[in-house]
Design a protein around this ligand. Structure first.
Ligand code: ARG
Length: 460
């Protein structure tokens, strides 16, 4: 049998393999809401412009509502012979309302239709991810406020560097997520133009009103070039790229959670809800959720590269290659959403271990910079010299097997005789973090203020 939607010039139907490679209904059925919303707006516009009878438009609207209800109820039979969601919906509409359904596709092509459906879908996705990211920011900022003064080691090269506060560390992720959200918002702004009415590629001879459909579908304006409109997928690429960066951020936090929850670190305890046991080792508590969040960039960055590779070198305008845009993107968006939700759950539930964190913060001569700064401030020593003197003091402490605060004054003075007992004040981790009052620094007062500012901003 030839295709009933376009089989006029065909004598035979497609080979089974052709049908299999050509069909997208298996994955694009998830666009049904967007497809139906677009068709309703299109039909209303056609009637208003006198292109189709108002009575037919009314029938089309009612019929589309029935199709949507059937799909939502799981009572719709999707047909692979009908290729994709657009033809499946239209064909069912014809069963329901008869020949009037044939008027819906006036001044429209599947090329602008799919560009529309996918844009609406990606726009919804951006809104959903944004709301989820905000929740995660709230969870992080809430924990940060509670732990504005909880001292932990700050690392560079994963070596203890200087004491910081746990709250400060968590707020670092709040900042990253804010930029992720603003990248998504940028993508949304650029994508929010109405593709409907570009038709196959050249526009149409019918007196359509693209501003009307733009308004009905929540777009800022119609797109300005019909060729660009059906050929472009950079709205998906931009969103994927924002997701790739965001998933990389979450992956870093996930890796930290994995490290923090080891028995070597013991910085945080994860809840039972976000860990798993081992089938053989009864003592185990594995941070599976964190590990999976750590892994998600694999497929999300993969989706970005996959679509970039599909699109590169394609001549204008539409080519069927572009049907390969959806599966990786859907997978990436689903997994992005899952990663954010899992991270939010872990962050909300995790309990930091103040004692372990403090102990670790005091290890590894973490206040050596404070000592050097003291030499600069009190003895007016040039920083480079102070660095050198401190290096010798660290070596001395290391040789004695003690930490800097335990190094006797006499030992200190053997290296630099002007050192007084005042120096010990700057060697505690609490005083160290308290002294970091520079804008953006880790002092508990700064962190408390920042956490409050974020919470107000996010709740407001
Ligand atoms: N299923 C197609 C896609 O996802 C819809 C557009 C088909 N257009 C065409 N001219 N065959 O890209």
């Amino acid at each position: 049998m030839t295709n009933k939607m376009w089989g006029g010039r065909f004598q035979s139907g497609p080979d089974a393999i052709m049908e299999e490679i050509n069909a997208s209904i298996g994955f694009d059925k998830r666009l049904f809401r967007q497809d139906i919303a677009g068709s309703k707006a299109h039909a209303a516009m056609l009637a208003k412009q006198g292109i189709i009878p108002k009575s037919d438009a009314a029938l089309i609207r009612k019929g589309l509502e029935q199709v949507q209800a059937e799909i939502e109820a799981g009572a719709f039979t999707f047909s692979r012979a009908l290729e994709d969601i657009h033809l499946n919906v239209e064909s069912r509409l014809k069963d329901i309302i008869g020949p009037a359904a044939g008027r819906l596709h006036t001044a429209r092509s599947r090329n602008d239709q799919v560009a529309l459906d996918f844009r609406l879908y990606v726009r919804d996705t951006v809104d959903h991810l944004d709301a989820q990211l905000k929740e995660l920011q709230l969870a992080l900022a809430g924990k940060a406020e509670q732990h504005a003064a909880t001292v932990m080691p700050g690392f560079t090269h994963l070596q203890v560097a200087q004491p910081v506060t746990f709250g400060h560390h968590l707020l670092a992720y709040v900042e990253m997520l804010a930029r992720d959200r603003s990248r998504l918002a940028d993508a949304r702004k650029r994508m929010n133009e109405n593709p409907l009415g570009a038709a196959a590629l050249a526009g149409t001879s019918f007196p359509i009103d693209r501003h009307m459909t733009a308004e009905a579908l929540g777009f800022d304006r119609p797109t300005r070039n019909s060729l660009d409109t059906v050929a472009d997928r950079d709205f998906v690429l931009e969103t994927l790229s924002a997701c790739a960066i965001c998933s990389m951020h979450l992956s870093r936090l996930a890796e930290e959670i994995v490290i923090w929850s080891t028995s070597q670190f013991r910085f945080v305890k994860l809840s039972d809800k976000f860990t798993t046991g081992s089938s053989i080792m009864p003592q185990k508590r594995n941070p599976d959720a964190a590990e999976l969040v750590r892994a998600k960039p694999g497929r999300i960055i993969g989706a970005l590269l996959s679509l970039l590779t599909v699109m590169k070198g394609l001549p204008l305008t539409y080519s069927k290659d572009m049907q390969e845009d959806k599966e990786p993107a859907f997978d990436a968006f689903d997994n992005m959403s899952l990663a954010i939700a899992a991270t939010t759950g872990m962050v909300k539930d995790m309990v930091p271990n103040r004692d372990e964190m403090r102990k670790a913060a005091a290890s590894g001569f973490s206040t050596a910079t404070d000592l050097a700064d003291w030499l600069v401030r009190t003895l007016k020593m040039p920083f480079r010299e102070a660095h050198h003197v401190t290096g010798s003091l660290v070596a001395l402490a290391e040789a004695k097997g003690c930490d800097l605060p335990e190094l006797p004054l006499s030992a200190m003075q053997s290296v630099e005789k002007r050192i007084t007992k005042e120096v010990y004040k700057v060697l505690t981790v609490e005083n160290s973090v308290a002294s970091r009052v520079s804008f953006g620094g880790t002092s508990p007062t700064n962190v408390k203020r920042e956490a409050k500012r974020w919470l107000k901003l996010l709740k407001g």
